[in-house]
Design a protein around this ligand. Structure first.
Ligand code: ZN
Length: 500
């Protein structure tokens, strides 16, 4: 059908243009000299404007009108039907946003980001407060423009997690919260603690790089179609077929920071490398959602990379790479150290057990910000109150409290829940893979990770956006998303470590 061909041509072209911006963005965060910032910002703004123009062109609406209801999209999960469904979703959302609002949000967030950096540095919430107020007001306008059935927050959440609602999350997360608070309390009360100083001995950076690169390759990241470079805040950029960029940062006195971020980003990268290149540029060749992307990174980082079976294979190699640091360390001591669970103030440093409590707290507060129940001025007090309720600790200052994350300053409201959703999806996928593949510990002990990677590619990556996240997990595991798998995983792992 000519209209469909033309629609796909236009959508692909916009994606290609977007991928040019992705190369520039990757360069900006890795190798660009500091003085190039202004010129780069101009390049990126130009490209963003062009991509926006292409994706909201009235011709796309006309083509969609022509195709919808035709024979071509009759089968709901055919590639054409999926592409049309998702292109329509994105097109309608983009067209509903007034241009003035988009520009104002972009301008405000660029300025707010700089103020937030200063505010965090000096732990001065008052400096950031007017910007947070402005961003919340703009995000409310965004929600009103897009429209929603339940809460205004849902319109923002939907941008990251299509089809997800705050009412569904509230149910899912309330069971999780109760169990996690209990588990953290039991771990604390056990009085046991690993000696995590073994991870803070001297680990020369060049050897960390080689070791991390080998681990990423071992779990299945293809370096002929990707790279690993240094940055300040690790990320993965899927530029296009055959080109996926991982980044990390190294600290010679911290083994875990670089190693686990490499596994995490490689998990994202393996997803990008597993997408079907024949569908590049269309929804059938794109990741489902942020939560499903995060499920892939966390699966490799935590379910594989922090498992005992993985280290039974890898620890002897680690000892050879870092003999000075690890000669007198046993596998058990090392495994315990990388699974150190203790409440802390900073989300990005949190362990597998406490991590989700950080996210649930943010989910609670950002819903109240958008509904208007929580004025921006009251965020520090509300944060500290909630933190004490969840962790039994009170942040000493706002830099270690409500100012620690960059998300709100960048206008990303509704993003946080995707981290915890990612953990829940990861647990449920991993449990199913383990059943389907007849157990994973044995292959891991032998250093065999290809069966798991193949399973993920076949069941998840290759389908692009055929299913929304909730439907995908139901299709792959034959039941709806449940926190049970994640909680079972935590109990099975941390129970023996802490004797609880
Ligand atoms: Zn991630």
């Amino acid at each position: 059908m000519e209209a469909y061909k033309e629609l796909i041509r236009r959508v692909r072209e916009a994606r290609l243009l977007g991928s040019c911006a992705a190369v520039l963005g990757w360069d900006q965060r890795t190798y660009m000299p500091a003085k190039g910032a202004l010129h780069r910002a101009q390049q990126l703004a130009l490209l963003a404007g062009m991509v926006h123009e292409q994706t909201t062109a009235p011709e796309i609406g006309g083509l969609l009108d022509e195709i919808e209801g035709s024979e071509l999209v009759r089968e709901g999960d055919s590639a054409a039907a999926v592409n049309v469904r998702e292109i329509r979703r994105r097109y309608d959302r983009a067209c509903k946003l007034p241009r003035a609002l988009v520009t104002e949000l972009a301008r405000t967030c660029t300025l707010a980001r700089d103020v937030w950096v200063q505010a965090r540095r000096s732990s001065d919430f008052a400096l950031f407060r007017p910007w947070l107020e402005k961003i919340v007001a703009l995000k409310r306008q965004e929600a009103e423009s897009v429209g929603y059935a339940g809460a205004a927050y849902d319109a923002l959440l939907d941008d990251y997690e299509p089809g997800e609602t705050s009412a569904h999350l509230a149910t899912l997360f309330s069971d999780l919260r109760e169990e996690l608070v209990g588990l953290v309390a039991a771990i604390q009360a056990s009085g046991r603690r690993p000696d995590n100083s073994v991870l803070h001995r001297e680990y020369p950076v060049d050897r960390q790089e080689g070791f991390g690169r080998a681990a990423a390759a071992m779990i299945g990241f293809d370096f002929a179609a990707g790279r690993l470079d240094e940055t300040a805040h690790p990320f993965c950029s899927g530029i296009g077929p055959g080109d996926t960029r991982l980044t990390t940062r190294y600290d010679s006195r911290d083994f875990g920071d670089a190693f686990f971020s490499i596994l995490h980003e490689a998990g994202h990268g393996i997803y990008d490398q597993g997408l079907d290149p024949a569908h590049y540029g269309t929804p059938m060749g794109a990741a489902v959602s942020l939560a499903i992307h995060e499920s892939q990174s966390r699966l490799w980082e935590n379910f594989v990379g922090r498992s005992r079976a993985f280290w039974e294979h890898v620890f002897p190699q680690a000892r050879r790479s870092f003999p000075e640091a690890l000669a007198d360390v046993s596998l058990d001591a090392f495994y315990y150290a990388i699974n150190d669970c203790r409440p802390s103030f900073i989300r990005v440093d949190a362990d597998e057990v406490t991590y989700n409590l950080h996210v649930l707290l943010r989910f609670e507060l950002e819903q109240a910000l958008i509904s208007g129940d929580l004025p921006a001025a009251d965020v520090p007090a509300a944060w500290n109150e909630a933190f004490t309720r969840y962790f039994g600790l009170t942040p000493p200052d706002d830099a270690q409290g409500c100012l620690q994350d960059t998300h709100w300053s960048g206008g990303a409201v509704g993003y946080f829940p995707t981290y915890t959703l990612g953990n829940l999806y990861a647990a449920q996928f991993f449990a199913q893979a383990s059943v389907d593949l007849g157990g994973l510990d044995e292959p891991f002990r032998r250093g065999e990770f290809a069966p798991l990677k193949e399973w993920l590619t076949t069941k998840i990556h290759r389908h692009g956006q055929r299913h929304r996240a909730a439907d995908l997990v139901a299709a792959v595991t034959a039941e709806p998303l449940s926190p049970r798998f994640f909680l079972d995983h935590l109990r099975a792992k941390f129970g023996p470590l802490y004797g609880i």
